[in-house]
Write a protein that binds this ligand. Structure first.
Ligand SMILES: *Cc1c(COP(=O)(O)O)cnc(C)c1O
Length: 401
């Protein structure tokens, strides 16, 4: 008789199959067993037909990938340990020395830091283009351009570009176009089907998404996805993904799987509250400008309207205000410090409202002509009652009066 510890480690009991419950199980593994050496040698990890190693996928990560494809309208998905890792994976997979990436001037800040840091050191060049001017993008595409990033709405300033025109410019020049789809989240518009009536199935090549935000919904998980509709492009990304060892934890994957069913309802609630507060802010004299794509005074409003026809839930939960230049940084900081329900913190998509003051002059190549001069404060609206959030903004404004 073997030792009980040996017997419990090699226990023969297998639970009956056929277990069904609302959520898929959490399968945790680095090691995955093979029944024979022949199976070990022949098993293919690239096509998800079986399992080889935890890093290459488990039933939990496969299930999450398939659901994210359904959300965004893609066919293949890779998971990365953060939204930024997803963005970096796209760049590292598609660019090599002597090649160039084009990025909108209002891109997610750390994407710009990556191109100015490691990519530059590795001999990969970049240019920033004006996202509100598709001709500017097209003029910058050269024989060296291998990747163009697009983002809608823009980071912090929330301008909404003519996404269709930007994508068209890339397609005309046969350059891969990748969307950072964190704001749209697969709900505001369909990244792989931007012209559903005129040209079904026409859209971006890659959608990268910080699942950290709305899919997770809790402010407690970091994860990213890279979704495609082209098997060859996916395989290229997948090989880089494997070489870089970008695995995600099963418990984190489970947290995102739990968030997905309620995501559309949460997105609509964040959206409705943000619109109500943005409109209220327009009537406050301290704010020189309120930036929210659903406001007709906001840059790119017509492009937002054309793409996000869904009036009930197509604008996420973010808006920014420009505090008029008569207020100095100390006064703007005091306004942010005076807020009680809006907590100071990065990221968004969770239940708690957040606020961050930004120094736009250090984030853009030039101050955008369509943004009033002053200091930008960005709000991410959580799931608290709108009246309470409005009262919080009103009491904090007292610190400026
Ligand atoms: C948050 C965010 C990311 C990065 O996501 P992390 O999970 O925080 O790394 C990328 N793009 C956009 C637009 C984001 O808002």
């Amino acid at each position: 008789m073997q030792d009980p510890i040996t017997r419990l480690i090699h226990h023969p009991y297998v639970a009956p199959s056929g277990f069904e419950a609302p959520q898929p199980g959490v399968f945790k593994a680095s090691t995955v067993f093979f029944p024979s050496v022949a199976a070990m040698r022949s098993r293919e990890w690239k096509d998800k037909s079986a399992y080889t190693y935890g890093l290459h996928g488990t039933p939990t990560t496969y299930a999450l990938e398939e659901r994210l494809c359904t959300l965004e309208g893609g066919l293949q998905c890779l998971l990365a340990p953060s939204g930024l890792a997803a963005v970096a994976l796209v760049a590292l997979s598609l660019l090599k020395a002597g090649e160039e990436v084009l990025i909108p001037d209002n891109a997610y800040g750390p994407n710009k830091t990556l191109v100015e840091g490691e990519l530059k050191d590795w001999g990969i060049t970049h240019q920033y283009y004006d996202p509100m001017n598709p001709q500017d993008l097209e003029a910058r595409i050269s024989q060296h351009t291998r990747l163009v990033w697009v983002e809608a709405a823009g980071s912090v300033t929330l301008e909404f570009p003519d996404l269709v025109a930007l994508v068209r410019a890339c397609k005309r020049k046969s350059v891969v176009v990748a969307l950072d789809n964190t704001w749209g989240a697969g709900l505001a518009f369909k990244p792989f089907d931007l012209l559903p009536d005129a040209e079904p199935g026409w859209g971006v090549d890659i959608s990268a998404h910080a699942l950290t935000k709305y899919p997770s919904g809790g402010g407690d998980v970091l994860m990213g996805s890279v979704i495609t509709r082209d098997a060859a492009l996916h395989l290229r990304l997948k090989l880089t993904h494997m070489r870089l060892g970008l695995g995600v934890g099963a418990n984190d994957a489970e947290a995102v799987l739990r968030g997905l069913p309620s995501m559309a309802l949460r997105y609509a609630a964040h959206d409705a509250a943000a619109r109500a507060l943005a409109r209220w802010c327009q009537s406050q004299p301290e704010f020189a400008q309120v930036l929210h794509p659903a406001l007709d005074s906001s840059p790119g409003h017509a492009h937002w309207q054309a793409l996000c026809k869904n009036d009930a839930g197509g604008a996420a939960g973010l808006f920014s205000v420009v505090l008029d230049s008569r207020f100095n940084q100390t006064q703007v900081d005091a306004f942010c410090d005076a807020l009680r329900l809006f907590r100071l913190g990065y990221s968004w998509g969770g239940p708690i409202s957040l606020v961050v003051p930004y120094a736009l002059e250090s984030m853009r190549t030039a101050w955008p002509a369509h943004i009033a001069k002053g200091t930008i404060v960005r709000f991410s609206v959580g799931l608290e009652a709108v009246e309470d959030l409005q009262a919080d903004l009103a009491q904090a404004l007292q610190s400026l009066r």
